[in-house]
Write a new protein. Structure first.
Ligand SMILES: [Zn+2]
Length: 341
């Protein structure tokens, strides 16, 4: 906890301390909670403007995201994994939700450990994020956002970040939920006019069952027309989109949900899809959102995937985590946390 001696600005709110620390020429924002592990020998009296060495009863633990910022700049939306370029693009944000309703197995006490995630009314909001991948001369968009709710801005954001929709070769859909297929078509025409659209075969088979399809307007409107236009390819596990990008089956959220592994020049990254929806699930890995269709399978998949990503220190891209969604699952004082880049 030596870095606490250099923290420059803090605000004590109820039982939480939030602030910014300057360390190693970088700025970190942080949130500390008093609820968990105690540091009896390192107790500090934390007060506005700095730390004194007076003995005090407050013991703090880093519990949530520790987001690194280059001095004063916005978080970087572009990273490279070997020779693959990954650009995080944004369609928008969900409506605000009561977290214990969205995650019925969760508790508000648990959520309070994540003050960066809860707003002032103790509600949460999900990002609708996609990534553009440049690999071996191909431009690939992973998922296409929500478009209509609450007014998607994916195309504007792509343009601002130098991603030309007409240059997109492949649209890859991790699964066929409405917030992942929203920009497949615009006014009935392919939004990405020169692209093939790829979807997991097993997810497509699930959604195309008549009784499922009859309740899935988004699939009828944003997926099925691609078939009629002969623009759709169904792919299986271990399918190579390029030599550097491979599908992996991560079922449960939807029956045929896929994630992607990027492996290039000795570096690896994992496109998570909807294996997890909130950084809180790094620790509360059992928490399932109501959106998970196969609840038990989803929970088992999340444990398996997050354990593996943590063990391998794999760089992760997550579309629903806070912008830009790049980070690692790491263990701090015995507790798994999402550490954003
Ligand atoms: Zn989603």
């Amino acid at each position: 906890m030596a870095w606490l001696s250099e923290f420059s600005k803090s605000l004590l709110i109820n039982r939480y301390l939030e602030g910014i620390v300057h360390w190693d020429s970088k700025y970190f924002s942080f949130a500390l909670s008093a609820d968990f592990i105690e540091y009896p020998r390192q107790s500090r009296d934390l007060s506005e403007g700095g730390i004194s060495n007076r003995p005090g009863p407050k013991h703090f633990l880093l519990t949530t995201m520790c987001r690194k910022h280059e001095s004063g700049k916005m978080a970087d939306h572009k990273i490279t994994v070997g020779n693959v370029e990954v650009v995080s693009v944004l369609d928008g944000y969900s409506a605000k939700r009561v977290p214990t309703e969205t995650f019925p197995g969760s508790t508000i006490e648990g959520w309070r450990e994540y003050p960066d995630i809860l707003d002032e009314n103790h509600q949460i909001q999900s990002r609708y994020g996609s990534v553009a991948l440049r690999s071996q001369g191909k431009l690939i968009i992973v998922d296409t956002g929500m478009q209509t709710d609450p007014g998607g801005r994916l195309l504007d954001d792509m343009k601002a970040k130098g991603v030309d929709r007409e240059a997109v070769d492949i649209v890859f859909l991790t699964h066929l939920h409405p917030d992942h297929v929203g920009w497949n078509l615009t006014d009935g025409k392919p939004t990405f006019p020169n692209a093939r659209y790829l979807a997991p075969r097993s997810d497509y088979e699930y959604w195309s069952q008549p009784d499922v399809l009859s309740n899935a307007a988004h699939v009828r409107e944003q997926v099925m027309p691609l078939n009629d236009l002969n623009l759709m390819d169904l792919v299986d596990e271990k399918y190579k989109i390029t030599d550097e990008i491979t599908t992996v089956s991560t079922p449960g959220h939807t029956p045929g949900h896929f994630s992607l592994i990027i492996a290039s020049s000795g570096e690896r990254a994992f496109i998570l899809g909807d294996v997890a929806h909130s950084p809180a699930q790094a620790h509360y890995t059992d928490w399932n959102p109501i959106f998970d269709i196969q609840q038990d399978i989803s929970r088992a998949t999340r444990h398996k995937v997050l354990d593996h990503l943590e063990a391998e220190s794999t760089l992760v891209s997550s579309g629903h985590f806070p912008d830009p969604g790049f980070g690692h699952f790491v263990r701090v004082e015995g507790r798994r946390v999402w550490k954003a880049l």
